[in-house]
Write a protein that binds this ligand. Structure first.
Ligand code: NDP
Ligand code: HEM
Length: 479
C-alpha cells in the first residue's frame, strides 16, 4: 500500500490529531488555542458562496470543439479555422430552481460553453431554445421575479407567470417552446443548444456578417411528459447529473453538430423581422444552416465546486473574428455577467483555474480580491503608457465600425412587432400528439390562475392559431 501523505493545516504544518479537540481535562471545556479545530469550523462556515441569481442548478463537463468545414470567408477567428481542435468547458442548467432543485423540471436549459482559444476565452452562453421570453433587458429582472418565489408565500406563483406573459406578447414564442415536448428534456445530451442572439463574424478583410450559432444533438431529442417527470423526481432529484456524469465515465461521449446561419451585413435592413430581436429566429429557408464542426464532451471535472460552481461564463468574452450585435438584450448581458461574477466569485475571478485563459494574459488591473499572481507585466510597468516594456494594444484586431442611425429615445418595442407569426410556424410544425401535450401542459400550469388572466392569455393563443386557443380551452375544461 502507498505511503499516505501527512495531513496538514492550510499553513502546511503537520496535524497531530484530527479526532480529538484540546480540552481542559477529558470532559472539557475546549481551549481557544485549538486553532486546528477553529480553522476546521471556520472553513465549514465559508463552504457556500452566493448561488447564481438564475441558472443556479447546473451540470458540467469538459470537451473539445473540432472544426471540419472552412468558414474562413466569414470569420478570421482562429478557433473556427478548419482542422482546429479547442479544449472547452460546458455547463448546463435550469433557470428558475435553486441550487438544490430537482433536475427533471419543465424549464429552459442553459447551454453555456467556454472555449479556451489561443486568442483568449470565447464564451457562448446560450440556452436550449433559439429565442427568449423578452426582448428588452429592462424586462429581464421582472420576468425572473415571476419565475422565482412569491415574497409572502415563498412559493412559485403560476398567477405571476401568466400575468406577466399575458401582458408581454413577445413571450409567446418561448412560452410555446417551454410547454411543448422540448420544454422538458430527459437530460442535456438529448437537446440542442443555441447562441440565440445574433452575433458578428469578422473576416480577414474586416467585413462583418451577422451570425447565429446552433448546436444540434447527435443523440436525438428525448423528453419527458409531465407524468414521467413526476415519477423520475420521485426516484431521483439528480437525473441529469447522473446521466451526464455516468455517460462520460462509461466513454459514451455526447456530441453536437456545430452549425451557423450567416446573414450578410446589409440584409439586416431588409428582413421583414428585426434580425436582432431575441424573440425571433431566422427561418432556415432564408438563412440555411452551414455545418462547421463537432462539439464533444469527454471528461468529467475532478471537483464540482472548483470547476463547475466557480465557472464564470460571460457573453462579453469574445475573440478576434467574433463580435456582438445591436441586440439590446445581448448588450445588457455583456454588462451583467462579469458584474455577477465579481459579486459571486471575487474581483479576479478570471484567475481561477477553470476560468483562466490558456494563452498569455497581460493587463494593468491591480490588487483586489483573488489577486493570486502577477498580471503578466514587467514589475515597473504597472501603469500605461510606460517606458518599461509593458503590454501594448493591437489595433489590427479592432472591429470594423458599426453603422447605426436614429435619435436616442425609449422606443416602444411592442409597436409594429409581429409576435404571432413565428409561434404560428412552430405550432403548425407540431403533430396532433405534440399539440395535445402542449394544451394539457399549459392547462396544468394555469391551475389556480385568475380567470381574467387566463382569458387574456387565451386571446394571444387565438391570434397565433384559433386551434391553439381552442385546444387550451378544452384542456382547461377537462382539468
Ligand atoms: P424549419 O422547418 O426549417 O426548422 C424547424 C426547426 O424547428 C428545426 O430547427 C427543428 O429542430 C425545430 N423543431 C422541430 N420540431 C420542434 C419542436 N417540436 N419543438 C421545437 N422545435 C422544433 O422551419 P423554420 O426555420 O422556418 O422555423 C419554423 C419554426 O421552427 C420557428 O418559428 C421556430 O419556432 C422553430 N425553430 C426554428 C429555428 C431556426 O433557427 N429557424 C430553430 C429552432 C426552432 P431540429 O432540427 O433539431 O429537430
Ligand atoms: C446566468 C443575467 C438573458 C443564458 C445568468 C446570470 C446572470 C444572468 C446575472 C448568473 C451569472 C453567474 O452568477 O454566473 C442575464 C440577463 C439577461 C439574461 C441580465 C437578459 C438581459 C439570458 C439569455 C440566455 C441566458 C437570453 C440564453 C440565450 C444564461 C446561462 C446562464 C445564465 C446559460 C448560466 C451560465 C452558467 O452556466 O454559469 N444570466 N441573463 N441568459 N444566463 Fe443569463
Amino acid at each position: 500500500m502507498n505511503q499516505k501523505p501527512t495531513l496538514t493545516t492550510t499553513g502546511g504544518a503537520p496535524v497531530p490529531d484530527n479526532q480529538n479537540s484540546i480540552t481542559a481535562g477529558p470532559r472539557g471545556p475546549v481551549l481557544l488555542q485549538d486553532y486546528q479545530l477553529i480553522e476546521k469550523l471556520a472553513h465549514q462556515n465559508r463552504e457556500r458562496i452566493a448561488e447564481r441569481v438564475v441558472h443556479a442548478k447546473g451540470w458540467g463537463a469538459y470537451g473539445t470543439l473540432t472544426i471540419e468545414n472552412d468558414i474562413s470567408k466569414y470569420t478570421k477567428a482562429k478557433v473556427l479555422q478548419p482542422g482546429t481542435k479547442t479544449e472547452m468547458l460546458a455547463r448546463f442548467s435550469t433557470v428558475a430552481g435553486e441550487a438544490g432543485a430537482a433536475d427533471a423540471e419543465r424549464d429552459v436549459r442553459g447551454f453555456a460553453l467556454k472555449f479556451y482559444t489561443e486568442e483568449g476565452n470565447w464564451d457562448m452562453v446560450g440556452n436550449n431554445t433559439p429565442v427568449f421570453f423578452v426582448r428588452d433587458a429592462f424586462k429581464f429582472p421582472d420576468f425572473i421575479h415571476t419565475q422565482k418565489r412569491h415574497p409572502k408565500t415563498n412559493l412559485r406563483s403560476p398567477t405571476a407567470m401568466w400575468d406577466f406573459w399575458s401582458l408581454s406578447p413577445e413571450s409567446l414564442h418561448q412560452v410555446t417552446i417551454l410547454f411543448s415536448d422540448r420544454g422538458l428534456p430527459t437530460d442535456v445530451r438529448h437537446m440542442n443548444g443555441y447562441g440565440s442572439h445574433t452575433y458578428s463574424f469578422i473576416n480577414e478583410k474586416n467585413e462583418r456578417f451577422w451570425v447565429k450559432f446552433h448546436f444540434k444533438t447527435q443523440q436525438g431529442h428525448q423528453h419527458w411528459t409531465n407524468a414521467e417527470a413526476e415519477e423520475v423526481v420521485g426516484k431521483t432529484r439528480e437525473s441529469t447529473q447522473e446521466d451526464l456524469f455516468y455517460s462520460i465515465e462509461k466513454g459514451e461521449f455526447p456530441k453536437w453538430n456545430f452549425e451557423v446561419q450567416i446573414m450578410p451585413e446589409t440584409d439586416a435592413d431588409e428582413t421583414p423581422y428585426n434580425p436582432f430581436d431575441l424573440t425571433k429566429v431566422w427561418p432556415h429557408g432564408d438563412y440555411p444552416l452551414i455545418h462547421v464542426g463537432t462539439l464533444e464532451l469527454n471528461r468529467n471535472p475532478e471537483n464540482y465546486f472548483a470547476e463547475i460552481e466557480q465557472a464564470a461564463f460571460s457573453p462579453s468574452n469574445v475573440v478576434p473574428g467574433i463580435g456582438h450585435s445591436p441586440d439590446k438584450m445581448l448588450q445588457a448581458r455583456i454588462f451583467s455577467y462579469a458584474d455577477a461574477h465579481r459579486h459571486r466569485l471575487g474581483t479576479h475571478y478570471e484567475a481561477l483555474p477553470v476560468n483562466e485563459p490558456r494563452c498569455p494574459v497581460h493587463h494593468y488591473h491591480k490588487d483586489g480580491s483573488m489577486h493570486f499572481k502577477s498580471n503578466g507585466c514587467p514589475v515597473d510597468a504597472y501603469y500605461e503608457p510606460n517606458s518599461f516594456n509593458g503590454p501594448v494594444e493591437r489595433p489590427d484586431v479592432a472591429e470594423p465600425p458599426l453603422k447605426i442611425s436614429g435619435d436616442a429615445a425609449r422606443y416602444d418595442h411592442r409597436e409594429g412587432n409581429d409576435d404571432y407569426s413565428q409561434p404560428r410556424a412552430l405550432f403548425r410544425l407540431f403533430d396532433d400528439g405534440q399539440k395535445s401535450r402542449l394544451f394539457s401542459n399549459i392547462a396544468a400550469a394555469m391551475q389556480g390562475v385568475p380567470q381574467e388572466i387566463v382569458d387574456r392569455q387565451l386571446k394571444h393563443f387565438e391570434l397565433v392559431d384559433p386551434a391553439y386557443a381552442e385546444g387550451v380551452r378544452a384542456a382547461l375544461n377537462a382539468s
